[in-house]
Ligand binder design. Structure first.
Ligand code: NIG
Ligand code: FE
Length: 409
């Protein structure tokens, strides 16, 4: 048993609703607090002094006084397993070309596919772990990672095996997702419908066999897969026993409806979602995931997070870290900027990167600091938790704990 503290403030994020708007006065803040951990789980949070008196045998992990503590963050949407980079795409976009134009002329996702195919498992593992470690240093201890730059049996499995190997090395929780339906690869001789069938018949059974992922994603967009074929694909993937998540409404509206109709766990992007569809998703159990890093990377508008919350939706915020549309990878900076543009409360942002994003990954054992939860938490050297978002990412995590153990950052 270990008691960590004292903290100037512990922001527990406990007792908050899964959906809808939140105001900051709903946040539970424990002053001069401590966290008691046993076997990787939280036993109790409360006044540090009271816990010390109540559990005199607990081992002490003392912190300086000027720190605040929050549940560690969950990044529920990333593409951090990739080869190469797309700095040239970034420059071309800033010179006036659109994301879709660049894709048509050999840049875009296809260029990352070629680099990822050319990379060995060892190279991919090394760079993926470097990105994982960067995310951990931000206080993120649960990370979803998609395939989707392999786009054939061999290379999709290669990516997912790399993620599985990374899980054996890192203490962070990795959640793999099969995104073979990211794009129809240029070297596939057949229609996009035939490629989706190929995924269902050739890739997903092997993913199951090797237990490489429990989730399936698709990019529904004019340049990728069309709504009708996507819906059929998702229903079949569901029949195979996969959980569903969708890249929806990034440039064109309509696909978030499909996500809701097939019972997807989350619909991510939603920059182009129209008001009627905002209501539709907000009334459903599908998590609406904003990806401000993609808006910042592409110069596109932000996901209508305010409207989603006001309509009662479950809003998560994730980084979408990928080599093309979202190269930054700093979820704290991105979530903070989303808050200023969308007028989100601190509570709404913190919920969106903790228990609400963990819910999007079906991980309801984490994201708040209360009895029984996984003891993943992050501390910042400040006396006021508001400084974290106020400083837009400049205030770095002082320490990160996974299963109650302090990590070397
Ligand atoms: O979420 N929109 C599709 N997929 C990624 C981008 C991937 C890429 O550009 O490499 C996204 O933004
Ligand atoms: Fe994405």
């Amino acid at each position: 048993m270990k008691l960590t503290g004292p903290f100037k403030q512990i922001v527990t994020l406990a007792n908050l609703p899964l959906r809808g708007k939140l105001s900051d006065d709903e946040l539970e803040i424990i002053a001069e607090g401590g966290i008691l951990v046993n076997e990787g789980k939280i036993l109790k949070t409360g006044s540090f002094q009271n816990l010390k008196d109540e559990f005199p045998d607990a081992e002490l992990e003392l912190t300086e006084n000027e720190q605040v503590c929050l549940p560690a963050f969950t990044d529920s949407h990333t593409h951090i397993c990739f080869g190469g980079n797309r700095a040239n795409d970034f420059a071309l976009r800033n010179a006036g070309k659109t994301y879709l134009e660049i894709a048509e002329t050999g840049g875009g996702i296809w260029s990352s596919v070629q680099h990822t195919r050319a990379a060995s498992e060892g190279e991919l593992l090394k760079t993926t772990l470097e990105r994982i470690n960067f995310l951990i240093s931000l206080g993120i201890t649960t990370i979803e990672i998609k395939s989707g730059y392999g786009l054939d049996v061999e290379n999709e499995l290669k990516m997912l095996r790399v993620i599985k190997k990374a899980q054996k090395i890192t203490k962070a929780t990795l959640v793999p997702t099969c995104l073979s339906a990211h794009l129809k690869p240029r070297d596939f001789a057949g229609s996009s419908e035939e490629y989706l069938t190929y995924i269902l018949e050739e890739i997903l059974p092997k993913v199951k066999e090797e237990n490489l992922a429990q989730r399936v994603d698709i990019f529904i967009e004019k340049s990728a897969f069309l709504p009708e074929e996507s819906k059929e694909f998702l229903l079949k993937a569901k029949e195979l026993g996969f959980e569903i998540t969708v890249h929806a409404d990034q440039f064109t509206s309509g696909s978030s409806r499909i996500a809701v109709e097939v019972g997807a766990k989350s619909a991510d992007h939603l920059e182009a979602t129209v008001d009627e569809d905002i209501r539709f998703i907000a009334e459903s159990d599908t998590v609406a995931t904003a990806l401000p890093g993609a808006s910042l990377g592409l110069g596109e508008k932000f996901t209508p997070a305010r409207k989603i919350l006001d309509a009662g939706g479950i809003l998560a915020i994730a980084s979408d870290w990928n080599p093309g549309s979202a190269p930054m990878g700093n979820l704290i900076t991105q979530a903070s900027i989303l808050a200023t543009f969308e007028k989100l409360s601190t509570a709404e942002v913190l919920a969106g990167i903790t228990f609400r994003s963990a819910f999007a990954l079906n991980l309801e054992d984490r994201g708040t600091l209360e009895k029984g939860r996984k003891a993943d938490f992050v501390t910042f050297r400040t006396d006021n938790f508001q400084n974290i978002l106020y400083q837009q990412g400049r205030l770095q995590a002082a320490s990160v704990f996974i299963d109650g153990e302090k990590q070397n950052l």
